[in-house]
Design a protein around this ligand. Structure first.
Ligand code: FE2
Length: 371
């Protein structure tokens, strides 16, 4: 073969190879998931396989709006939304559908009335059958919001573990209702990842502890890995939030990872009992925690006065702990479960119902809080 012919063959092969190279298609590799939803806005987060410009198209059924985003980790603010309204949305790349159509609902009006269904999971981030069964039960409950009481991803909250242990198993819920977590001790080992993955209300000045109102409930989220002793910034913030006159929200629910009272192997957290329980008294209707991989409920309060339920919900999917019931524990079980609540406030009636539902759908506990 002549030199020129060899060049020609080489060129032809090169052109052929160039054409049969697969063009890597842009994919959604994480999410979408909703953050910090209020009655007028929400934040849609997702990750694409590479840095790219995509469009989020959303509609209330009348008006279609579009927002562009250029990033790999996209954080798209959907603002000026109507209160208590369902929106459909989809994510597009060059006119092609990347995700959707999905939908979300904005929060009820901030006048403290209405109904809120919540699902609470803790210590879930291991992936596997138990976690999936708990999530299937949560989906049946049809919650409006999803709360995590910490230890979202084992063993140390690393970003490469997030998809398999959190975003993928919870995908259906995360794309349609907002997620409001608190930091577990395992998550705190990768604090930067936690703070990057979530966009949380930060009226306290930090995403580590915060408060938000959703329908008839004010939630108070504490970082029990961080200093919360009297004199600390977090304590001062908490005191201010709790001592503020209850405004329109009728119910107050506090949550943090470490439990004040627990019948599991980690047991009570003495500093929380000593410094935070007195603050919660008469100011909070329900306290939720995780950390011990059990379900436990203690009714706390002296004499015949109103007692506050302190619930440990650490059976969200990882290996369970044995239970050694404490004297003030009403129910203590070693079982995979989630906590379901329904808060209601009308002009006359109000109610905060709480249930623990097992991974098999059995009611493990049921109570009316805040009587
Ligand atoms: Fe923990």
């Amino acid at each position: 073969m002549h030199y020129q012919e060899r060049i020609l063959v080489w060129l032809s092969i090169s052109v052929l190879v160039l054409f049969i190279q697969p063009i890597s298609a842009l994919e959604l590799v994480r999410g979408p998931y909703l953050q910090s939803t209020t009655s007028s806005k929400t934040i849609l987060c997702f990750r694409t396989s590479e840095v790219s410009t995509v469009k989020v198209e959303f509609t209330d059924g009348f008006t279609i709006r579009t927002i562009s985003s250029t990033a790999r980790d996209h954080t798209v603010n959907l603002t000026n939304l109507k209160t208590d309204k369902r929106y459909k949305y989809k994510i597009l790349s060059d006119g092609k559908l990347l995700a959707g159509k999905y939908s979300f609902r904005t929060a009820p009006p901030q006048n403290g009335f209405g109904t809120l269904r919540g699902a609470v999971i803790g210590d879930s981030g291991k992936a596997g059958q138990a976690q999936n069964q708990v999530i299937a039960q949560m989906q049946k409950w049809k919650p409006d919001i999803l709360i995590h009481v910490g230890d979202i991803v084992y063993p140390n909250g690393a970003d490469e573990d997030y998809d398999l242990k959190f975003f993928q198993p919870l995908a259906k819920l995360l794309r349609s209702i907002p997620f409001f977590p608190c930091i577990g001790n395992h998550d705190a080992q990768s604090l930067e990842v936690y703070l990057k993955n979530y966009v949380l209300p930060e009226r306290s000045g930090t995403e580590r502890y915060y408060t938000y109102r959703y329908g008839p409930v004010q939630f108070i989220v504490i970082d029990s890995n961080l200093n919360y002793l009297p004199g600390s910034e977090q304590y001062q913030w908490l005191e201010k939030v709790l001592k503020a006159r209850k405004r329109k929200s009728e119910w107050r629910v506090a949550y943090m990872h470490h439990p004040a009272f627990s019948s599991g192997k980690h047991g009570d957290t003495i500093d929380i009992q000593k410094y935070l329980v007195p603050l919660f008294k008469r100011r909070v209707n329900l306290v939720l925690s995780g950390h011990d991989h059990i379900y436990d409920r203690s009714m706390v309060g002296e004499g015949a006065g109103r007692k506050v339920p302190y619930i440990v919900s650490g059976g969200g999917g990882t290996d369970l702990f044995e239970v050694v019931p404490k004297p003030n524990s009403s129910v203590a079980l070693s079982a995979h479960h989630f906590v379901a609540f329904k808060a209601f406030k009308g002009t006359i009636l109000k109610r905060l119902r709480v249930k623990a539902i097992s991974s098999q759908g059995q009611i493990l506990d049921s109570l009316v809080a805040g009587k």
